[in-house]
Design a protein. Structure first.
Length: 253
């Protein structure tokens, strides 16, 4: 299927590794020009250089998306350099570490960057064709292991709700808003690689619950993002697309 993404302009946050890197690569393969950001300058420049070597137009800037002024400036600068925006992917997360600061950290690192990113991007998105996608998690709506009572899960649930509300608010302008919620995704340096090495009993327990018999890969999530971002998904708005290999057992009405 031709996703009709050639020539589209996409902005991806948290794009230096893992899910963000795979999303950027998939969109580039589909013919998008890219604006990428991440906190680490070295990893971001490496990712940008690799994508440019494959023929993509890429602008990249290292900064922390919890800095609202820096985030807004990046969105405006990216739109100016690319000649506008068609696709915006909010991929950053503060992670699921449990400590006294987890609630504020998750608010500042997961929810507010999505809120501010959407606010900054909307003026640049093409009416009748813009797409905003937030990366959620199955932990946001399912409390079986590996989920537990923590800020990460609760704040990601807020991301899902805000995304759905934005979908209705922006629909009259032809701007769609959707969410992709991954289950367990394994990649070098990621949480599930660390769990496999440090807590193999947990890794094996979760693997046994995944219906397709394997952990997810970043490319699995990236493919879902590319579809929802594309004109082929023009009638998908307010969707939470679950990419979990069948881990979640509830019926997804």
């Amino acid at each position: 299927m031709d996703l009709e993404l050639a020539g589209r302009r996409a902005l991806v946050t948290g794009a230096s590794r893992g899910l963000g890197r795979a999303i950027a690569a998939t969109l580039a393969q589909e013919g998008c020009s890219l604006a990428l950001c991440a906190r680490g300058a070295e990893g971001l420049e490496k990712a940008a250089a690799e994508l440019r070597a494959d023929g993509a137009q890429v602008c990249a800037e290292p900064f922390d998306v919890s800095d609202t002024d820096a985030l807004t400036a990046f969105v405006n600068g990216a739109a100016a350099e690319l000649g506008g925006l068609d696709i915006v992917v909010s991929n950053v997360s503060a992670g699921a570490a449990k400590d006294p600061g987890q609630w504020q950290r998750s608010l500042d690192g997961d929810l507010l960057p999505f809120v501010r990113l959407a606010e900054a991007a909307v003026p640049h998105l093409a009416d009748g064709g813009g797409s905003i996608i937030a990366i959620g998690t199955t932990n946001a709506f399912d409390t079986v292991r590996p989920a537990s009572a923590n800020a990460y899960s609760a704040i990601k649930a807020a991301v899902l709700h805000h995304s759905a509300a934005l979908a209705r608010t922006l629909a009259p302008r032809g701007i769609r808003v959707n969410t992709v919620s991954p289950g367990p995704i394994e990649f070098p340096g990621g949480d599930w690689e660390k769990i496999r090495e440090q807590r193999p009993e947990v890794y094996a327990e979760v693997l046994a619950k995944i219906a397709v018999g394997r952990y997810g890969r970043p490319e699995d999530v990236a493919a879902a993002v590319a579809f929802l971002a594309s004109p082929r998904a023009a009638f998908c708005n307010g969707v939470n697309l679950v990419v979990d290999g069948g881990l979640v057992t509830r019926v997804q009405f």
